[in-house]
Each structure stands twice: as C-alpha cells, then as structure tokens.
Ligand binder design. Sequence first.
Ligand code: NAD
Length: 491
Amino acid sequence: MSLSFDPDQISLPVGHFIGDRLRESSGLLPLRRPSDGSFYADCPIASENIVDEAVQTARKALKTSNWGGVRPRERASVLKRWADLIEREAEMLARIEAASSTRPVGQLVAGDIAVAAEQIRFFAEFADKEGSDLVPTDDEHLGMIMTEPYGVVGAITPWNFPLSMAGWKLGPALAAGNAVVLKPSEMTPFSSILLAQLAVKAGVPAGLINVVLGDGLTTGAAITGHPDIAKVSFTGSTGAGAAIMANIARTGIKPMTLELGGKSPQIVFADADLDQAAAAIAGSILANAGQACVAGSRLIAHIVVAEPIVEAIIAHMQVVRAGPTWDAATTYSPIISEKQRSRIHTIVRAARAKGAECLAGGESMEGQGYFYQPTLLAKVDQSSPAIAEEIFGPVLTVQTFVTEEEALALADHPTYGLAAGLFTRDVSRVMRITRALPAGTVWVNRYGRSRDHILPTGGYKRSGIGKDLGREAYHANRRSKSVLIHIQGLT
Ligand code: NAD
C-alpha cells in the first residue's frame, strides 16, 4: 500500500500534553505547510504558568511512580514497549509529521521513526547495565561513586527532524530515571505530542513526559529558567544556545547539553574513490534540503580532482525528486518557511556579489511550496558569507587545495566544529587529518550517521557542549554523588 496521503484528512492533536490529557491555551502562532504554503493550524503558546503546571505534574509523577527508584529492568521493559508501539504506529506518526514538516513520508517511515524506536531501545538497555562504582580506598573506608537521576529535565528541540530529536532527548532522560518537560519547535509542534501519547499507552507513567508548545522567548525561556528543572538539554541554533546559557546564568545554575549549529567541511584528496565521495557529499547536502546540523556544506577538494568531483555532485543534484512531503515518491524536501528560503537566497546573492560563481541552482524552485534548487558555489574564500554562515539550506561551496596544511586551514571554521568528512585511501593520512580536525565527529569515506547509536554526537567550538547519543547521553542524564563510609562506625 502506498504511503501517500491527503494532508487535509489528518487531524492534529492541538494543545499541550500534560499528565495524560491535552490542555488548550491561548496565544496562537499560525502555521503553513512547507510543501504548498497553505495555512493548516495554529500553534498554542504555553505561558510561564502552563510550563509550571507541566513541571509540577512531572515532579508528582516521579514521586508517585518512583520511576527513578524502580528496578531498572522494569524501566527498560516499559521503554522497549514504547519503542515497539512507535514502530507499530510508524505510518500514523509519519503522516502527522509529513503533513506539517519538511520530512517526506517515505523517509520518515524508513528513517526517522524506525531510528527513533531503535534509539529508545538502545537507551533502555543502559538502565540496568550502567551503575555506581566502588572505588579504591584504605581498609577502614568504603568509597562509592553513586549515580542518580536529576529529577525533571527540560528538553527543547528544533524543527528539522522533530521526531528524531524528541527521541534523542526522551530516550536517555527516561532510561536514566528522569521525567521530562519537552518543548518541540513552534514550527513543527504536533508529532512530539503523539510520541508522548504513545508512551503513556505503552505503560510509561502519565506525567513523566509532558509536551508544552510555544516559542523560544515565552515557553522556552520559562523552561530553562524554571527553578525545578534540574537540567536542560537543547538542540538548535548557536544563537538560541547562547540565549539559553545567559538565561540559565541569570535564573540559577544548572547543567546543560547544547547541540548547536554546524558548517561542516568535506575534504577530498586526489587518491579518493570519487564516485563514493560524490554520492556521500551530494547526499549530505541534499538530505532534508541541507536543513541538517551536520550537512556537509563545504567541499574542500584537491585541485586535481576538483573538476570531476564537482561534475559528479552536480549530476546527483540534477536528479532530485522534489514534491509534497505527503507524496511517497518525494525524496527532496521543501525549506521550512518562506522566511528561511528568503534567508538562503539572500546569502547566495551576497556570496555572488562578492565574486562566487554559481555552478548549479541559485534560485527558488518554481511552483507551490518553499523549495530551493540544489546549489553549488565556486570561487568562495573564507570571508564569503556562504562560508562564514550556517545557511541551513541545499547550498554547497567548493574550495580547492594543494597541500594538507592548506586543506586543514580551510576546514578549520572560526565558529563551528560539529562534523567533518574525509575522503582518501591513505591510512596514515586518515590518522593525521582526523587528529588535526577540530570537529566532534569525523566520517572517513562516508558522510552521515549510521545506526551505530553508541557513537555520540556533539560539537567543538560554538557547535555545542556535551553529547547526544552514545553512553555519554545516558550519563549526562544522571549526576554522581561521592560517598565515603568509615567502616568502624557501622554495626
Ligand atoms: P532555533 O535555535 O531557532 O530553535 C530551536 C528550538 O529552540 C525551538 O524549539 C525554539 O523555539 C527554541 N528556542 C529559540 N530561542 C530560545 C530561547 N531563547 N530559549 C529557549 N528556547 C529557545 O533552531 P531551529 O531553526 O529550530 O533549528 C535549526 C538549528 O538547529 C540549526 O542551527 C541546526 O544546526 C541546529 N541543530 C543542531 C543539531 C545538533 O545535533 N547539533 C541537530 C539539529 C539541529
């Protein structure tokens, strides 16, 4: 059966999900579908009071369910049942998401949703395997490093992969014994509510996941500044990350994980398999139309292979299948909003005004929706706006080098250090360049995450603090207590 559907037939769960019910509120933001620009719903805005209601509900649920104190295996089983239910309801979730976001329905079922379920299972497995440590002391003492959940975690996610991002936050926080107040992006608010409703259906105690909708300045700030939110986990832009740090400093001190922007380089050496490199590089900038934090947006090619690799990438760019996100055949996404599309075009125009040569694309696509052509810009130097800024669109720049030192100097971005790609067959070069690259992730002869969730993700420089995924994300949701017992005092 085809996954294609009519978006007007989809009913959305509008309201905040607190405890086990939808709560209405005022303060509405009008939402338009990226695929055709049509108005489809209003997003409510949770006030400080509503955020407080969600936080108090979470605290109460932690107490009554004793979620942090139950046998860890039980926590794991409930979370795995939730993952199973997500898989069973994948098509329903995909339709809600595809009706309102930039994610095509086919990619959602095979990718985002399948992976979110897998990751929740992955984190559930930590619950009864990672524990406290006995540490060496003298014979008169017993030393322990005990770990405990934080309590209520505040999670804030972006619009580019709404379901995956919610999974990244909810999985480790719940497995580690916390409750969560989650705020999805105001551009794509609804799918996270479905995820939370499925959790309750699977047996996660009501009140452990609360979803409040709204913008950053009202709802987001109320979460990060709330005195009973013990830890903040954020994914979004570097600017919003900085605003969150400032708000946390102003309202109290608490730990935070910040997964922020990127401007990731892809270095291609002359000995690389060019077909493999071109497919990986094109894939990375075309996926979600470049609206991915790890989009490999800067090609840095050895001068002798620059021409053939650019030609091969353009060939991939010419065969994208743009279309509505509710059409199962679509593989190329629209841009999230007219405002974001116009920002992309402004940067492309500014780069061209400073001497960039446009080898492909460079314009909005004709027709309905906010589509932008896959774009390739050459003759850009480090001062070009197309290099300096995270464009968050399908725009790839190409720069050339002769020596390894030149390649590294170009790759080293002054602001971002999220990820990097490296294409070469030379093993010693792989080790040299990998060590030298200032990035939280390096992919060699491939680009993009695999389903090896044990590999954490996070940035150097202003790309962030801390990690999502991997063991690190689980541990970031527990705090440690050092205990020293004088044995003589025991009976
Ligand atoms: P954004 O920063 O505008 O918004 C992200 C979320 O933060 C939204 O829910 C928004 O409402 C909220 N927010 C904004 N200002 C806030 C504030 N002052 N206080 C509290 N919350 C606030 O980002 P976006 O446009 O939704 O997403 C795109 C950005 O996200 C890009 O920069 C991208 O690189 C980044 N991103 C990073 C990762 C990663 O893992 N590093 C993953 C996905 C996206």
